[in-house]
Design a protein around this ligand. Structure first.
Ligand SMILES: NC(=O)N[C@@H](CC(=O)O)C(=O)O
Ligand SMILES: [Zn+2]
Ligand SMILES: [Zn+2]
Length: 420
């Protein structure tokens, strides 16, 4: 049965969207409904393509008290995301073909949205044994990452990049030199004030500088996960100028928060990489605006209340993001007048789709998958962790007043989330 979504605003114009067989048959001013079509009145709502998040953690299997594929993908749908890529730091780690095959099947069975799987670069994420990249790619790995851990040995990274390049894959990299990180938990600028050990940005930038040399040597398609510092933005800018195949993502928290905003020992402000200085934050925003940083990714990292209890010194790193990213980006960038909605959406749809070759995700064009989000951009609301679909309630944005309320989310033309 066809569906028509009528009376929605797209790029400032009142429009209609026709959905047939899960695909977008047309987007335009008006369509006559075929007899028997389901008509959805989108009056007062803005339509955008379903968002794509290339960096989330669903904790399933092994850590399902934090999140499951089901709750994580419900959070995605409620947050306007219709395609996500999940990191391999579950238990067991996704580092073997058999484990990956099982995971791909589980993601499909349990996922309410399109859940693509990222496989590990090395066995167990921490060894120097590179995984069977070619076989994992063949079995459906969307990318390769040791997220949560940096790859310590240059030799390991070189070998992995050669393997990824050979099969036309993509690597999405958590940069962290363990020696320099030295057990730190906050940016050194906040260390004395908070009485907590510092985690220097050199831990990120030195590995990035190393990896850029390895990209130059191998031609590997390389993506920087959660870039946090001004120096990293500069390194990426130079590498791109040279034409190296590098892209980068930034998280909403690194765009909208910095270390000066950490008021006391609040564990909702603990994430890896840590919030850096205001200068770093401004450099990230400038980098996003000039295209040095390609996209926004949430790094949705749910934890139990227990895992986030106590002090920043010893609780788990990470905050949730799937249900806060769109309203925060809408509020801070679009409602504030910094960029138009189309530009903001490109950071959360077009750029990740292009960067990760996610052709199954729709961009709201005729012929694309009918991955669609309807927003109410007029109604102000407060971010309330108690209303999250995610099991994780760990966010520093609770109580924040925002716009950009997700009303309905469609994946392949099927309604997967409806407000009320
Ligand atoms: N970002 C975090 O602080 N934590 C992530 C790991 C990661 O993204 O590095 C997690 O898995 O909890
Ligand atoms: Zn990471
Ligand atoms: Zn992560």
């Amino acid at each position: 049965m066809d569906k028509i979504i009528k009376n929605v605003i797209i790029d400032g114009q009142k429009s209609a969207i026709v959905i047939s067989d899960g695909k977008i048959a047309g987007v335009g001013r008006a369509f006559a409904a075929k007899p028997g079509s389901e008509i959805i009145d989108g009056k007062g709502m803005t339509a955008i393509p379903g968002l794509v998040d290339v960096h989330v953690h669903f904790r399933d299997p092994g850590l399902t008290e934090k999140e499951t594929i089901r709750t994580g993908s419900e959070a995605a749908a409620a947050g306007g995301f219709t395609t996500v890529l999940t990191m391999p730091n579950v238990l067991p780690v996704i580092d073997q073909v058999a484990t990956l095959e099982k995971q791909v099947a589980l993601n499909k069975e349990k996922g309410l949205v399109k859940v693509g799987q990222i496989a590990a670069i090395t066995d167990e994420l921490t060894t120097d044994r590179v995984t069977d990249i070619a076989a994992l790619k063949q079995a459906g790995a969307k990318a390769f990452s040791n997220d949560g851990h940096g790859v310590q040995e240059a030799k390991t990274m070189l070998e992995a990049m050669k393997a990824v390049a050979a099969v036309g894959g993509i690597m999405t990299v958590h940069l962290e030199d363990n020696g320099l990180a030295d057990g730190g938990v906050v940016d050194p600028a906040a260390s004395e004030r908070l009485g907590l050990p510092g985690l220097t940005a050199l831990s990120e930038t030195t590995q990035l500088a190393r990896d850029i040399e390895l990209v130059r040597a191998t031609g590997c398609r390389y993506h920087v996960a959660h870039v946090s510092s001004q120096q990293s933005v500069e390194l990426i800018r130079q590498a791109k100028k040279e034409g190296l195949p590098i892209t980068a993502e930034v998280s909403p928290h690194h765009l909208f928060l910095d270390e000066s905003m950490i008021q006391g020992d609040d564990t909702n402000f603990k994430m890896n990489p840590p919030l850096r200085t205001k200068e770093d934050r401004y450099a990230l925003i400038a980098g996003l605006l000039d295209g040095t940083i390609d996209m926004i990714a949430s790094d949705h990292a749910p934890h139990t209340e227990e895992d986030k209890a106590g002090s920043i010194a010893d609780c788990a790193f990470g905050i949730v993001g799937l249900e806060t990213t769109l309203p925060l980006v809408y509020e801070r960038f679009v409602a504030s007048g910094l960029v138009d909605l189309k530009t903001a959406v490109s950071w959360l749809n077009k750029k990740p789709i292009e960067g990760f070759a996610l052709n199954e995700a729709g961009q709201l064009r005729a012929g694309d998958a009918a991955d669609i989000v309807l927003l109410d951009v007029e109604q102000a609301f407060q971010i309330n962790p108690e209303s999250f679909h995610s099991k994780g309630k760990n966010t520093p944005f609770a109580g924040e007043e925002v716009h950009g309320l997700v009303m309905k989310t469609f994946v392949d033309g099927q309604l997967v989330f409806s407000k009320e």
